[in-house]
Design a protein. Structure first.
Length: 579
């Protein structure tokens, strides 16, 4: 729709109807080319029929035909006698019979033979026979079938072209026509039985003439429609459906444009066009202002992120931070600088250095955390905000975990409330032990079998004093210094390996392994998850630990070898330290 109002033609309704028909015509090109035209009803020339009925042969008795047929019937001469008599008549002398030599002059039967088999009589008989065949086609069945077929064809063609008023006949009219034509047929057949007898239509002549005229009028209407249909069929050779539909849609739209709700919608559209231009101008101004703002803001934000990365001990930093306006909303893009190399953050190539491959899982977590902290610390209304950290230490080593807790405590002094969610009691203890006791609360989220959740008070200190923690300390001590804690032995260290590792994997990855699952089942589940699983590289170590501790599952095993025990404890530390 454009802002210009096209003038509406006075014949718009006719144009819509015509274009609709042309669309249908274009859609049915294949059918139209092969479809037969409506049919005319076969009728006779009444003047010719009347002249034929009145015709006779001068000097020939009008009962010659009757005499010949009566003779054939009386003597039961059969069908072959007809040709035999014809041959004899045409070859016999004029004055006597060729068989008995008796005289034939003045014999009525012989005169009838000569008239019946004469050339003039044959011509007359042939014309009468043809007239009889013609009128025999004027049957009720043929007329009813033709009218029904034509009616259906006219309905079909009326949807495709502007045909004249379609001719038709009601069943009552058809019955009247056939009734009158039956009289004409009767007259013709009477003439056929006695060709030399003149026959007049008499009082039926006027009625028959009216019916013949009625049929001629019907046929004239059919022919007028056929002329239009033939032109439409010729048009299909050049009809283009797409252009025809476009023209039809144009006229329809023009008709709708003057009516509600389109009229109001058009006015609203024109107003929207004006508003759209204003918005484009406002958008351009806003982009200019935003570009100017980000040119200074991004520099300071980039510096804040890099300072945080330095605090976390990261060996990379972000550079080239800027805003672009590709898409619906402004976007920020930046690159990672590692030594002398730069990698754009959006690059995910598997064959070249990319953001996906150059940073470890811990580095990615650290970068995300630095971006998040830099963002929230720049929020003007941070003092009224609630900040949520969800497992922020994921894949971090102990040093970065310490830095994370330090920054979380810093944020908590600026925000209205800070919520930290984690599965690791050690990390939560790092936050608790250096926080304001009066302002810090710890809770545990529990879920029952029905799916209902609840919060209860919780203490990281109590959690870390469990047997699980004691086992952890025993294994770490022996792995690091090959020393046994007070009150423990080599056997107790070895016996602690399996339950600690199974508890650790269940606690570290809640819900992943079913309750009661043992190391070998856990290793199988990790292996089945594929090489992308974060624990995939430790499957051999898990299986080795399973084999090493199997004999200690029920006690009674021999005392372990110190070096071998330490090697297996180091495997556990490697697994726990990485995750």
């Amino acid at each position: 729709m454009n802002s210009r109002t096209d003038s509406e033609p006075t014949d718009l309704v006719a144009r819509i109807r015509s274009s609709s028909q042309r669309v249908e015509l274009a859609k049915q090109i294949a059918i139209v080319k092969n479809k037969k035209n409506p049919l005319t009803f076969p009728i006779v020339d009444l003047d010719d029929v009347c002249a034929l009925l009145a015709e006779t042969i001068a000097g020939v008795s009008d009962n010659a035909t009757e005499l010949v047929f009566k003779h054939l019937e009386t003597y039961q001469l059969g069908e072959r006698a007809h040709s035999w008599l014809e041959y004899g008549t045409t070859h016999a002398p004029d004055s006597c019979c060729p068989y008995c030599a008796q005289g034939t002059i003045g014999v009525p039967l012989i005169a009838a033979y000569r008239a019946y088999f004469s050339e003039a009589f044959k011509v007359l008989q042939t014309r009468i026979d043809k007239a009889a065949r013609d009128v025999d086609d004027l049957t009720a069945e043929k007329l009813a079938d033709l009218i029904a077929t034509n009616d259906a064809d006219f309905i079909y063609w009326a949807a495709l072209c502007e045909i004249p008023a379609a001719p038709t006949m009601s069943p009552t009219e058809q019955a009247e026509v056939i009734g009158v034509l039956a009289k004409l047929i009767s007259f013709v057949h009477s003439k056929r039985r006695n060709p030399l007898e003149p026959i007049s239509l008499g009082s039926d002549a006027e009625g028959i003439a009216q019916i013949i005229a009625q049929l001629m009028t019907y046929n004239k209407g059919v022919l007028a429609n056929i002329a239009v249909i033939d032109r439409a069929r010729a048009d299909t050779a050049t009809e283009d459906l797409q252009k025809t539909e476009a023209t039809h849609a144009k006229w329809l739209a023009m008709a709708e444009k003057a009516n509600e709700p389109v009229k109001s919608a058009a006015a609203a559209y024109l107003a929207a066009e004006i508003r759209s231009e204003a918005i484009k101008s406002e958008k351009a101004s806003a982009q200019t202002a935003l570009t100017t703002y980000t040119a200074t803001t991004m520099v300071s934000r980039q510096a804040a992120v890099n300072e945080l990365l330095g605090n976390f001990g990261a060996n990379f930093r972000i550079v080239d931070a800027r805003t672009n306006f590709i898409g619906r909303d402004p976007n920020t893009e930046f690159a990672i600088e590692i030594g002398a190399h730069k990698v754009k953050a959006g690059n995910k190539s598997d064959s070249e250095p990319s953001f996906k491959t150059v940073l470890s899982a811990g580095d990615k977590t650290t970068l995300a955390l630095a971006l998040f902290i830099a963002q929230i610390e720049a929020v003007p209304g941070l003092q009224d905000a609630v900040v949520v950290f969800d497992d922020p230490f994921n894949s971090q080593d102990m040093d970065r975990q310490f830095q994370t807790t330090s920054h979380i405590r810093s944020v908590s002094t600026k925000a209205r409330q800070t919520i930290v969610m984690s599965h690791d009691p050690r990390f939560l203890q790092l936050i608790e032990k250096n926080s304001d006791d009066d302002a810090t609360r710890a809770f545990q989220l529990q879920c029952d079998d029905s799916g209902m959740g609840s919060l209860r008070g919780w203490s990281s200190a109590d959690e870390l004093m469990t047997l699980y923690v004691q086992q952890s300390e025993m294994i770490r001590e022996y792995a690091t210094h090959q020393k046994v804690l007070k009150g423990q032995s080599l056997n107790s260290v070895k016996q602690a390996i399996r339950p600690f590792l199974e508890d650790y994997l269940r606690l570290r990855f809640p819900g992943r392994f079913p309750d009661g699952a043992q190391i070998v089942a856990m290793a199988a589940a990790i292996r089945d998850a594929g090489s992308d699983d974060p624990l995939a590289k430790f499957v051999p170590d898990l299986l080795a630990l399973n084999e090493y501790t199997r004999e200690n599952m029920h006690g009674g095993a021999a005392s372990p070898v110190a070096g071998e025990l330490r090697a297996h404890c180091r495997k556990i530390v490697a697994i726990v330290g990485s995750y």
